[in-house]
Design a protein around this ligand. Structure first.
Ligand SMILES: Nc1ncnc2c1ncn2[C@@H]1O[C@H](COP(=O)(O)OP(=O)(O)OP(=O)(O)O)[C@@H](O)[C@H]1O
Length: 529
């Protein structure tokens, strides 16, 4: 079976001269109804046409004009509306690219122009992706093929999502016609694969925790955040910090969000600290449940049927600015920033997630804990090159991020990029806001049931430990404990003065992995929550 698969592996349709023939055939077929129509009309008007030369001339011009305009409109319509024709046109584009760049083998013929033979190039297309494969195998154009990815990206106005090197071939994968996968803001929900944002884009918060959203002014950040809220409110508890008192204040009185939207600096600081404490409480709850279920390893929040919690911070740099302006709150603000980092570092397993939104990113806007540990990233609207670099990381350093204002002559809102940190970014269209008379977030949220965390149902105590107490609890020699601690710090973890339940769980995991024969580094990296 495996062998058969290898023999008959489908790389796509081979590009060849047929692309030109198919295009001509399409035009000919489109011409047919006009021929029939005007054939019939000519038959009916035959006597007038044959007796009046002036009428014949006007009639002839009319036929040519109507047929050409008709064919042009039909041709464009088919290519805009039907995927089949789009596929044909993508093949033709590639064919033309090969010809115009002289990527072919001329075959000399006696007394006739040269014939041409194209190298083996394949095109495979499905709804949102185009894969172009070139045969290498030491052939004449192999060096060209190794560097052709960028040119095809421009040609298809698509985003290169990856390059696959396999024996004898190289393939470039592009996302195209991404806009077709746009969904309505009404339909944003949490499904098996995560929070659905486009037909094929999911924020899988369990595996790629935390979300960073950057949106240039007027780029559609507010609509995107509200759409996200539409999904998250149905799934768990959402707390919102809105330092600019801009986008969420109007929702603050809704039952589902009551006391969960804050904008005064002191309240925002309290909210962050409370969220972190809830995360610790969640770890304590999960630990109890683990014991009750007699499990060897602590599972994630879903295994214990616990709800996720989301902390949305709109305009993060404003929050930071407000925190640093208020001298009286300086210490508390520092504690809150520490708590926020802990949430980002350790929230995943407990189901505590951050959604951090900002405008263009400037040099010191985001702490490195965020830059390295917020796994899912989205941009909308126009951003600076520096912002793109920070948001999408090294992996996308050479990517050409475009700002597109119009598509097919229509103003487009909420367009940007989506990526998981460390992977190629792809084009993104934020869920589309329906007409105001058809849908309003306010009315929609008004119907939602308010969800709560489980704490009122269980009696959990949050314990904290000093370093000595923690090493005793872990039954570790203090020096060995210090070694673990410094390894965790090297791996990017940060600790408060006292240690928490989540720290205890993390250390326990590392000790257990280490005792099963793993190196310190591996044990530590696997133990990070
Ligand atoms: N996804 C979308 N679907 C339809 N229209 C949108 C979408 N996103 C934005 N718009 C349109 O663009 C306008 C501005 O969007 P939005 O308020 O979300 O931008 P913003 O980035 O939050 O701007 P600012 O930073 O100035 O507050 C909206 O009022 C809406 O008309």
């Amino acid at each position: 079976m495996k062998l058969l698969k290898q023999i008959f592996y489908f790389r796509g349709i081979k590009i060849g001269k047929k692309e030109k023939v198919v295009s001509r055939m399409t035009v000919t077929i489109l011409l047919l109804p006009f021929l029939l129509l005007f054939g019939l009309l000519t038959y009916l008007l035959f006597s007038q046409l044959s007796s009046n030369l002036y009428f014949l001339l006007v009639y002839f011009l009319f036929v040519v004009l109507v047929s050409s305009i008709g064919i042009f409109i039909l041709y464009r319509l088919l290519h805009i509306k039907f995927w089949f024709f789009k596929k044909l046109s993508n093949r033709r584009l590639l064919y033309r690219h090969l010809l115009e760049n002289k990527i072919y083998y001329p075959i000399k013929r006696k007394d006739q122009p040269d014939k041409i033979k194209l190298p083996n190039v394949y095109l495979k297309q499905n709804k949102y992706t185009i894969v172009v494969t070139f045969q290498l195998e030491g052939r004449q154009f192999q060096d060209k093929f190794l560097n052709i990815g960028g040119a095809l990206e421009v040609m298809y106005s698509a985003d290169m999502m990856g390059r696959i090197d396999e024996k004898g071939y190289i393939s470039y994968v592009y996302s195209a016609d991404t806009i077709l996968g746009r969904i309505s803001a009404k339909d944003v929900r949490v499904v098996d694969k995560g929070l659905i944002l486009m037909e094929d884009v999911f924020w899988d918060f369990v595996h790629n925790p935390h979300l960073l959203i950057a949106g240039g002014t007027g780029g559609g950040k507010t609509v995107l955040l509200r759409s996200i809220l539409n999904g998250l409110l149905r799934e768990g508890v959402v707390e919102i910090l809105d330092p600019k008192q801009a986008d969420f204040v109007s929702l603050a009185e809704l039952p589902v969000l009551q006391d969960r939207v804050v904008f005064e600096v002191a309240d925002m600081i309290d909210k962050i600290i409370e969220f972190k404490e809830n995360m610790e409480m969640r770890y304590a709850t999960m630990r109890q449940l683990q014991k009750e279920k007699n499990q060897k390893e602590l599972g994630n929040f879903q295994e214990y049927e616990l709800k996720p919690a989301f902390l949305i911070i709109d305009e993060f740099p404003s929050l930071r600015a407000m925190m640093s302006e208020d001298r009286e709150l300086m210490l508390e603000a520092e504690r809150a920033m520490g708590a926020l980092k802990q949430i980002i570092l350790k929230g995943r397993q407990a189901g505590f997630f951050g959604v951090i939104a900002t405008q263009n990113v400037k040099a010191d806007d985001l702490p490195s804990t965020f830059k390295d540990n917020i796994m899912t990233r989205i941009s909308v609207g126009r951003l600076s090159q520096f912002s793109y670099e920070v948001i999408f990381g090294e992996e996308n350093k050479n990517k050409y991020f475009k700002y597109i204002e119009q598509i097919n002559g229509e103003r487009v809102y909420g367009r940007g990029y989506y990526g998981v940190f460390g992977s190629p970014a792809r084009e993104f269209f934020s869920p589309e806001l329906p007409e105001a008379k058809e849908f309003s977030f306010y009315d929609e949220f008004e119907t939602l049931e308010r969800l709560d965390l489980e704490f009122d149902k269980r009696n959990v105590v949050i314990e904290t430990y000093t370093a000595k107490e923690l090493s005793d609890e872990l039954k570790l020699d203090y020096r060995v404990f210090k070694k673990y601690k410094s390894e965790f710090e090297t791996a990017g973890q940060e600790f408060d003065k006292t240690f928490s339940m989540s720290d205890l769980i993390m250390f326990e995991k590392a000790i257990s992995y280490k005792s099963s024969g793993k190196t310190y580094q591996v044990a530590i990296s696997e133990a990070i929550l």
